[in-house]
Design a protein around this ligand. Structure first.
Ligand code: ADP
Length: 461
């Protein structure tokens, strides 16, 4: 009775072309090669896709350059019309929301309800947000000497490359695409090789919406080939990348060795979640749980280092274990499922290897710690207590359903420990004391700090 979504399949495949999208047309790969994409829940192949490589990226860049030429339909389009196209794209995502969420679940293994309510919701809102910005981006006038007029104009960069990861394939695509289009750029996109389906579906919607040919081009393929062709391309003016820190370094290097294109990177995280003794314990336990286990633990922002003040440590661990044991792992199309499979064998093996390292290095395994037998890439929600900062599970990005819980005594100590990481992506703090919340928010060296302090009126960002 819980298999609510089986009737959604099969997908209306005519809408999903599995080819390379250039100039609003579908193409076979220049090399003639294809690559497979798999359903990580069943390990079955979903389909083959045309495999883009450097020649295909070159064709996509030519199309994007032509679409960006002075006098082209895209360059002549006024800003409100660009905004209207983005709104129309959001309308089509709303129309095809079930199909897109189904494809995302098939390709990533994430629970359908999360794909539908979180990923798709985020995509639609992002498109509408940037649609609104399109005609509100203004320059400034600057007072200088009497005989001069000085003003700034915001101009599009030109051809933008976008390389996306597999954990939120559609959302990451939209995060990159919407601002670039809002400002009048053109795009060459390479989706992650594990999860190309929703990106290709977007190609068909781009055409339906009526974006001029060449404004959005999508080249599925592998990182060292198609991805590297983008990062080293001399005619790409800017690149946005989300993925591993290792590849982020390669992208910067490639940008500086080619045309010094601008680079925006969103890379790994080993994010502290600090729970003070005065926190609302129910709230902190649940948020820390969701913070690390959401999306099978495959989030760069995962709360993957939980620091708990010593007075409440045993109780926090006990309740966290209860939560983890109750977490339902299984078929992502089952409405009850909270956790699906990991994305692929490589990630699955890496997570299990890190779990083994935690056991060997002396952390206390409270629950989980194993794969679910006979079920491919599913891993039991795992909680470790008695974790110390020198252990690999406290230092390395696990990207899986593993919660390492550490103990702290004082605020100065936890600030020092939380900041001693090569990553500084996000941090979270739970306390009812406003002074502590503000002290921690300013002391934690990360891009986004989230404090929950009811005395401060709820959430602060
Ligand atoms: P993960 O290890 O989690 O798969 P990656 O950083 O390898 O993360 O992948 C993120 C994205 O970067 C994917 O689209 C992938 O194809 C791409 N990629 C991988 N290697 C390179 C590379 N050398 N140059 C450009 N893109 C790459």
């Amino acid at each position: 009775m819980y298999q609510l979504f089986f009737f959604l399949l099969p997908i209306p495949l005519p809408l999903l072309s599995l080819q390379i999208f250039i100039n609003n047309e579908w193409h076979e790969s220049t090399s003639g090669k294809k690559f497979p994409t798999y359903n990580p829940s069943t390990l079955e192949k979903i389909c083959d896709i045309e495999e883009g490589d450097k020649p295909d990226v070159d064709n996509a860049v030519e199309a994007a350059k032509a679409a960006f030429q002075r006098g082209s339909p895209w360059r002549q389009m006024d800003a409100p019309s660009r905004g209207r196209l983005l709104h129309k794209l959001a309308d089509l995502l709303e129309r095809d929301r079930v199909t897109l969420a189904t494809l995302e679940t098939m390709d990533t293994g994430k629970p359908f309800l999360q794909a539908y309510f979180i990923d798709l919701e985020g995509c639609i809102k992002t498109l509408r947000y940037y649609a609104g910005w399109a005609d509100k981006i203004q320059g400034r006038t600057i007072p200088v000497d009497e005989n001069f007029v000085c003003f700034t104009r915001h101009e599009p960069m030109g051809v933008c490359g976008a390389i996306t990861p597999w954990n939120f394939p559609l959302l990451m695509l939209v995060w990159k695409m919407a601002p670039a289009l809002c400002c009048g750029n053109t795009l060459v996109i390479k989706p992650a090789e594990q999860t190309p389906l929703t990106s290709l579906y977007i190609g068909s919607l781009i055409k339906e919406v009526g974006f001029p040919p060449g404004v959005v081009n999508i080249v599925p393929g592998y990182g060292p080939t198609a991805g590297a062709a983008i990062s080293t391309h001399d005619s790409i003016d800017k690149i946005a990348f989300t993925g591993s820190t290792k590849v982020g370094k390669l992208i910067k290097e490639a940008a500086s060795k080619s045309n010094l294109k601008r680079v925006t990177l969103e890379l790994g995280g080993k994010n502290p979640c600090i729970v003070c003794a005065d926190a609302d314990l129910d709230l902190a336990v649940e948020c820390a749980h969701q913070g690390v286990f959401f999306n099978q633990g495959q989030c760069c922002t995962a709360a993957s280092r939980v620091f708990v003040e010593e007075q409440i440590y045993p109780e926090f661990v006990k309740r966290s274990v209860e939560f983890a044991k109750k977490r339902l792992v299984g078929d992502p199309f089952d409405a009850r499922t909270e956790q699906g499979p990991q994305i692929d064998q490589k990630q699955f093996d890496k997570i299990l290897e890190l779990i083994e390292s935690g056991k060997k290095e002396g952390a206390k395994l409270e629950c989980g710690g194993l794969a679910i037998e006979d079920r491919g890439l599913f891993i039991k929600p795992t909680v470790f207590s008695e974790v110390t900062d020198n252990m690999r599970i406290a230092k390395e990005e696990i990207f899986g359903p593993v919660q390492p819980i550490m103990k702290f005594k004082s605020i100065e100590e936890v600030i020092r420990r939380a900041n001693s990481t090569e990553y500084g992506l996000t941090a979270a703090v739970f306390t009812k004391n406003l002074d502590r919340a503000l002290t921690l928010a300013s002391a934690l060296q990360s891009g986004t700090n989230i404090c929950d302090s009811p005395n401060a009126g709820g959430k602060m960002y």
